[in-house]
Ligand binder design. Structure first.
Ligand code: AHR
Length: 512
């Protein structure tokens, strides 16, 4: 990576001139490489706008085709992504959620005001059972965000008992509500954004609160909780420092939130209308997550030399202005090929830090921020970001193959450097998966990849995501404007994989 930066910095001024000479990539195949944790492909579903209600859950009596209340189209889309872990119920919502209101017969559940997100009144018809059943249907790990801000220690302790105990009063209550067998629960978040919407704590105070809450979250009948402290917002290194110092030995993971956002005060810009400079700025901001991760990891390394505590980027993605005409506070935004680029570049970074970054959760899975699917009534579209996650499925639980990319860089507004071509690679069962991104809006990019020895006659197949205009997106009238296509332009010659990447394209190659 260092070599990539040096070469890139030298070439930064000459990106157009260099376009004709091939980008060369080498693969560093070695047995010491870590496995890319599949949880890096985690998702996040909050009670926010139409993420849960309408986007995932329509109820069993809905006219929209569903299975036990879950939309069939959305279920199918999520299954194809092999979602490994789903975080719920928030976000900010989590610290005002009282789980007892969401169990028992649905018609008896109290209604509630979602104070964080537009004051929308919810009927609690999607609660603990509905969430855990969804995870079972998707075959994914549940990740529960507990209420610390406005809840009690007892409330959180009893939620864990309700979900995981085989016997006792909470288990009895669960059985009365239709579920005799305990569920499996690994990931437990102790609060969310505790420095902000989750209680406005100081780090010292939260560290003590965290220690107290986690004490009473027990491991019942062999269930082993992986306890996650509410971590920093992007550049708040002091939060990580204090948490690791005062509570590091009581946690399995600490979170980090990093959004690709222009500002927290005022307009963030439209998702679908932006100029070239804004596009490249977005990529620079997105890539800065690498430096942010590195700095948090450096702090963690000082307090946790053996690398026991995971860094979980449990909220990330783009955050634009809400679409005109949508409900304020519902964070419904469109998703263009620019968002797809952000997804690919971010995942590439996460792969490289998989030793410490044990999970990430893009915000959010449906109808909110950088989502996988958008729904309107009985219609659903897959976003460009969805297709990136689909193309990257082969990297889940595969062995990382570090890459060296010799490419030109572009200096963008704000001084950040953005490589023209980025790459990530992994290997599983003898099949190499190589994902490439050409962010250049105009230039095609010839690429040559030196394959490992013994792959002289390798077979290659590929998929490509590209578009006519970088602001292209899928909508209900044009659901396939940006979609995955087979890519047949790669060939193996003398142990080299050669291809030409179209401008603004993402390609995954499978080589065996
Ligand atoms: O993802 C939307 C919100 O962003 C979450 O609720 C909160 O944790 C963060 O500020």
């Amino acid at each position: 990576m260092r070599k990539q930066l040096l070469l890139g910095a030298l070439a930064a001024m000459a990106s157009t001139a260099m376009a004709a000479s091939p980008v060369t990539i080498t693969l560093d195949v070695n047995d010491e490489s870590p496995i890319i944790q599949k949880e890096i492909y985690g998702q996040f579903a909050e009670h926010l706008g139409t993420c849960i209600y309408g986007g995932i859950w329509v109820g069993p009596d809905s006219d929209i085709p569903n299975t036990d209340g879950y939309r069939n189209d959305v279920l199918q889309a999520f299954r194809e992504l092999k979602v490994p872990v789903l975080r719920w119920p928030g976000g900010c919502f989590a610290d005002e959620y009282h789980w007892m209101d969401g169990i028992g017969p649905r018609e008896n559940r109290p209604r509630m005001v979602n104070n964080n997100w537009g004051g929308t009144v919810e009927d609690n018809s999607f609660g603990t059972h509905e969430f855990f059943n969804l995870c079972e249907m998707l075959g994914c790990e549940p990740y529960l965000s507990g209420n610390v801000g406005s809840g009690t220690v007892e409330e959180l302790a009893k939620w864990v008992e309700y979900i995981t105990a085989a016997d006792g009063p909470m288990a009895k209550l669960r059985a009365e509500n239709g579920r005799k067998e305990p569920w499996h629960l690994k990931y437990l978040g102790v609060g969310n954004e505790s420095w902000g919407c989750g209680g406005n704590f100081t780090p010292d105070y939260y560290a003590n609160v965290y220690r107290r809450y986690q004490t009473y979250c027990r491991n019942f009948n062999g269930n082993r909780l992986y306890k996650i402290a509410s971590g920093a917002s992007d550049y708040d290194y002091n939060w990580t420092e204090v948490l690791m110092r005062d509570a590091g030995r009581f946690m399995d993971g600490i979170s980090l939130h990093y959004y690709t956002v222009t500002t927290w005060s005022g307009s963030k810009g439209a998702a679908t209308k932006f100029d070239d400079d804004a596009y490249y700025w977005t990529l620079g901001k997105c890539l800065e997550i690498e430096d942010v991760i590195k700095k948090h990891v450096d702090i963690m390394d000082r307090y946790d030399r053996r690398g026991h505590v995971g860094l979980l980027v449990d909220e990330w993605g783009t955050w634009w202005d809400e679409e005109p005409g949508t409900i304020r506070g519902h964070l419904y935004q469109q998703n263009t090929m620019r968002d797809a680029m952000v997804a690919a570049l971010s995942l590439n970074v996460f792969h490289n830090y998989t030793r410490r970054v044990k999970m990430t959760n893009i915000a959010q899975i449906a109808n909110v921020l950088q989502s996988m699917v958008l729904t309107k009534g009985d219609q659903m579209v897959l976003t460009p970001t969805y297709y990136v996650f689909k193309m990257y499925v082969p990297h889940q639980d595969a062995k990382l193959v570090p890459v060296d990319v010799n490419t030109a860089y572009r200096k963008v507004d704000g001084g950040r450097l953005v490589p023209n071509v980025s790459a990530t690679a992994s290997v599983k069962d003898g099949v190499y998966s190589i994902s490439l991104t050409n962010v250049d809006l105009n230039e095609t990019q010839p690429v040559e990849i030196a394959l490992p020895a013994g792959m002289k006659n390798a077979k290659v197949t590929g998929e490509i995501l590209t578009c006519a205009n970088i602001a292209d997106y899928n909508d209900f009238g044009q659901p396939e404007k940006v979609s995955l296509k087979a890519f047949k332009g790669a060939k193996v010659e003398n142990g080299k994989l050669k291809l030409t990447m179209p401008a603004k394209s993402i390609i995954t190659l499978s080589v065996k």
